[in-house]
Design a protein around this ligand. Structure first.
Ligand SMILES: [Fe+2]
Length: 344
């Protein structure tokens, strides 16, 4: 019997496993590299500001939250937003429920010529703990800009609290802002909008009462026109200490029971009585569209590559052991029974 065959097979399998591991690892690394490379062409925030500078000021801006990053519902929603011709759009976080590559999918799925700003959220931070890719592709975690006499404050609540330095930043920014409407846009509402005045919940509002109270009191004292948040996948307009707080996480990703995907059109002059909510079909249709969103953009290389690589490594070890045993067994065939029993 040719004893070299198992050895050749073993060598071939080792090479095949190494090649598969290398290909999967390179695919995952390349995807990350591609994201970081986009630093060179500027963040979405920068390109959106550039677009705004080149066009006349419109009458409204659009707000939507919790969109996820692509799919049928996403495309339908964004097409409708473009039809309403807002000056720009603010996405209130949870743009990425899946993997690091979905920031690219989000950005590539946006309509051309629609300036889009976004705040980071708990799900975005779960995928991207230091917001490294968010800040490279989408924009700064906190920012402020002016448009049509209104001032916009993009506040980072992605840690489900408001750290000291973010509080100091917002307070300073509010105080130096001139007259005109002031809009605070962030992901997480200070309190549970379905129980206004009740204690903050741990899952769907800022988890620490101190941050929640600070935000509401500061907004009231500094004359904030309205706070817009997402996080809840529905529409829950409420008011805290006299400041309108509009929860509008209707971007189509798994809507709350009975809630319909939607977006808001808000007058730049701050007159909330003229604010419009645009619904996107029925609640049952919403569930169907959210389902489509979930599965259409499953990202194989990023999501499964680590498992595939680990599986390949385990398979490699198991095969090595099996083939080593197989390599010695033929040599014992024909030996006395006593000697064969030594091998078992
Ligand atoms: Fe969230």
């Amino acid at each position: 019997m040719d004893l070299r065959r198992p050895r050749r097979t073993l060598r071939f399998l080792r090479l095949a496993c190494a090649a598969v591991t290398l290909i999967l690892g390179t695919a995952a690394a390349w995807e990350r590299f591609e994201n970081i490379e986009l630093r060179r062409v500027g963040t979405l925030f920068e390109t959106s500001l550039e677009t705004l500078r080149e066009k006349p000021v419109g009458k409204t801006f659009a707000v939507v939250g919790d969109t996820g990053s692509g799919g049928a519902a996403f495309q339908t929603l964004f097409s409708q937003i473009v039809r309403e011709r807002p000056d720009f759009l603010v996405v209130l976080g949870d743009i990425n429920y899946r993997s690091i590559g979905h920031y690219t999918i989000f950005r590539d799925s946006l309509p051309a010529d629609l300036p889009v700003f976004a705040v980071p959220s708990n799900h975005d931070r779960k995928i991207d703990p230091e917001l490294e890719v968010f800040e490279a592709l989408i924009g700064p975690a906190r920012a402020t800009f002016t448009r049509g006499g209104a001032r916009f404050f993009l506040l980072d609540t992605s840690r489900e609290t408001i750290p000291e330095d973010d509080r100091a930043w917002l307070l300073e920014a509010l105080r130096v802002a001139g007259p005109g409407p002031k809009f605070v846009l962030t992901h997480i509402p200070p309190y549970d909008p379905t129980h206004p005045g009740g204690p903050p919940r741990t899952r769907h509002s800022l988890w620490d009462p101190e941050s929640a109270a600070w935000l509401v009191e500061t907004a009231a004292r500094e004359g904030v026109t309205a706070i817009f948040t997402g996080h809840w996948h529905g529409f829950y307009p409420t008011e805290f200490s006299g400041v309108p707080c509009i929860v509008t996480g209707g971007g189509g990703y798994e809507p709350d029971s009975g809630q319909i995907p939607h977006f808001l059109l808000v007058p730049l002059d701050g007159d909330l009585s003229r604010m419009r909510k645009i619904d996107m079909g029925s609640a049952s249709m919403a569930q169907t569209l959210a389902w489509a969103t979930d599965f259409e953009f499953e990202d194989f290389s990023d999501r499964f590559a680590p498992f595939a690589a680990a599986g390949t490594a385990i398979a490699w070890f198991l095969l090595t052991i099996l083939l080593r045993r197989a390599r010695f067994r033929p040599a014992l065939v024909g030996q006395p029974a006593g000697l064969r029993s030594l091998s078992s």
